[in-house]
Design a protein around this ligand. Sequence first.
Ligand code: FES
Length: 81
Amino acid sequence: MPMLSAVHTICVNNKTPLQVSLEESMACGVGACLGCVVKGAGHTEEKPSYLCTCTVGPVFKSQYLDWHALGQNDNNCEGCA
Ligand code: FES
């Protein structure tokens, strides 16, 4: 997700709206299994914010996403270099 994160940063710095389309593994596709959740902007342990990619997305306004958490997901990907 580094490229999308970089584009998000550029758009924020230039006050340009951005929407991104995310790909997540989806089992049910109706918001029941929570297998496709991503962390929303402002997510903390005390105040969790999760977004279902299948029901709320897959297209999100970039300011609604936790880009730091999305970057961490890439680090756990066994197939990624
Ligand atoms: S795929 Fe099951 S909640 Fe999104």
